[in-house]
Design a protein. Structure first.
Length: 549
């Protein structure tokens, strides 16, 4: 009986889900609560109400669900408006409630990652237009010190801000989120203040808890050029810079670039980052549009012929998360957590394949020796999706939520994710069960892809590695080039040596990009003493050993 093939992740890899306080707790009174009172701001004029009823205690049963899925981590946020409802007035009972929540996670063997600002502000902050208020970084630091002082013994993995670029764009450019401004000056003020706030929070946490790991979560969108592409490549570069890269580059350099204004130096910001959170969902075709001054004259639409989400949602290209990981890893050389990734899919027809392809792309990144440390699905359960409210088309949960009865129903994706977490990897059998369209039958060779030399039954992954190494088709395990050479690093490429490749089925996914440049041993293939092996055969062989595809 053949032993299943497994895309194995490193020991200690974090598997979990992400949630946010306002979206799951219910009964919050903050700037989003105020925003919801105005008709037209939220889908069907809905209000958050009870949400998923976590503040009333239902978090415990949902943490049980996470534990049943073999999650070993969970990302959640602290609601500032509960802790400090008025300036310098603290609610210790709210801190106690969060302490109970973190304790409940620990009791279930789940490591908490705590986000300190996930889009929402207290009303007294909203009265000053949120992060456009120059005094807010000082207030935020005070809040952070209070929270870390009270909860630091239960958490050492902190996320200061969630998706600053999204907050800034929606709140100060398109006016679709609070504070609802279209004002470039306020946008620039808020940009500088958010990064000042991050720097202040980072240094405060490191002072209070020197061993803590502190990062922030950044939103990355895929961009491809619209027609004509030779013109719209410039639009892609602008969108990449201001949509994906500015925040992290500012932290790296200690200088905040602004739109239509001089850059602002923030010395305490430079290097204030222990890890990076990557949040990736969708891809857009972009081009210049003179009717969009608030978006730097950039227009976006779903790429033609692409699978996509509902309404304004973009195209679905989960494999593209690899290139975002690659850019982060090679540019900043910091540990990376995928702090959010998911798809709106109430029928759960798309999510299994999306999840599998995302995990496969992450595994590929790990094997390029890119420092991916964990993965958090958005989300554990359906919740209040900001301006989309409770629109059923925007159901992201592994569990379906009935918001009237508070009943939870597991989707198939919950079982799929549970298997991935339990295996600390992705097996052919798991893919066959939940997304059989991604598995194709063999044509007689091992995985249907290996040349005849390697055909005939199950091959252990380590044996496959050694054989290809002897044929000079891959680097020997002890002589792999460094990631700086654009090739595979020193991390394990193949599944654990106790695993074997299944001879009857091949896990098929669209090819991921080869590193550039290729390792010297590959680029010099023309001089090899094995003339029967062309580059195409090489790539097929590596695909069969779960190396490149």
């Amino acid at each position: 009986m053949p032993i299943k093939a497994l895309n194995q992740f490193p020991q200690g890899f974090l598997w979990g889900c992400s949630t946010a306080a306002h979206q799951v707790e219910g009964q919050n009174v903050n700037d989003w609560w105020r925003w919801e009172q105005t008709p037209g701001h939220i889908y069907q004029n809905q209000q958050v109400g009870r949400a998923c009823d976590w503040w009333a205690g239902r978090y415990a049963e949902d943490f049980d669900r996470a534990a049943e899925m073999h999650n070993n981590a969970h990302r959640l946020s602290i609601e500032w408006s509960r802790i400090e409802p008025e300036p310098n007035r603290w609610d210790d009972s709210a801190l106690d409630h969060y302490r109970q929540m973190l304790t409940a996670l620990r009791e279930r063997g789940i490591t908490p990652m705590v986000t300190l600002h996930h889009f929402t502000n207290p009303l007294w902050v909203a009265d000053h237009n949120g992060w456009a208020w120059d005094e807010l970084p000082t207030h935020f630091e005070r809040f952070v010190r209070k929270v870390v002082g009270a909860l630091g013994d239960l958490c050492s993995l902190w996320c200061t801000l969630n998706e600053p670029s999204v907050y800034l764009f929606q709140g100060f450019s398109t006016a679709t989120w609070p504070p609802g401004l279209r004002n470039r000056r306020a946008l620039n003020q808020a940009t500088v203040n958010m990064l000042r706030g991050h720097a202040a929070a980072y240094h405060a946490i490191k002072e209070l808890q020197p061993g803590a790991q502190v990062g922030l979560a950044t939103h990355h969108t895929g961009f491809v050029p619209g027609v004509p592409s030779f013109i719209n490549w410039a639009a892609v570069q602008i969108a990449e810079q201001f949509g994906n890269r500015t925040i992290l580059q500012a932290i790296d350099r200690g200088i905040v670039p602004l739109i239509g204004a001089r850059s602002v130096p923030v010395p305490q910001l430079k290097g204030a980052l222990d890890w990076i959170g990557l949040q990736y969902y969708q891809e857009f075709s972009v081009g210049f549009n003179t009717l969009n001054p608030g978006s730097l004259f950039i227009g976006m639409r779903k790429p033609p012929n692409a699978d996509g989400g509902p309404k304004r949602w973009g195209g679905l290209n989960p494999e593209a998360i690899f290139k975002h990981i690659q850019w982060m890893a090679t540019t900043f050389k910091k540990p990376i957590y995928i702090t959010e990734s998911g798809v709106p899919d109430p029928t759960d027809k798309v999510r299994p394949g999306y999840l599998i392809k995302t995990v496969r792309a992450m595994w590929k990144a790990v094997n390029f020796n890119f420092p991916v440390r964990g993965y958090f699905v958005w989300s554990l359960l359906d919740n209040f999706e900001w301006s989309e409210g409770y629109d059923p088309l925007y159901s992201f949960g592994l569990y379906k939520t009935n918001f009237e009865t508070q009943e939870r129903t597991p989707r198939q994706s919950a079982y799929l994710y549970g298997e991935i977490c339990a295996q600390n990897g992705l097996s052919v059998q798991t893919v066959t069960r939940y997304a059989p369209e991604l598995v194709r039958p063999s044509s007689g060779s091992v995985l249907g892809l290996l040349p005849p030399l390697l055909a005939g039954g199950s091959l252990r992954s380590a044996s496959c590695a050694r054989m290809l190494s002897r044929m000079r088709l891959i680097w020997p395990l002890s002589r792999r080039p460094s990631p700086s050479a654009g090739a595979v690093g020193t991390g394990s490429i193949f599944s654990d040596s106790s695993m074997a490749i299944n001879a009857s089925n091949a896990l098929w996914l669209p090819p991921l990009p080869l590193p550039s440049p290729l390792p010297p041993v590959i680029t010099s293939l023309g001089t090899t003493s094995t003339p029967d092996f062309s580059m195409a055969v090489l790539k097929r062989s590596m695909t069969a050993c779960n190396t490149w595809n």
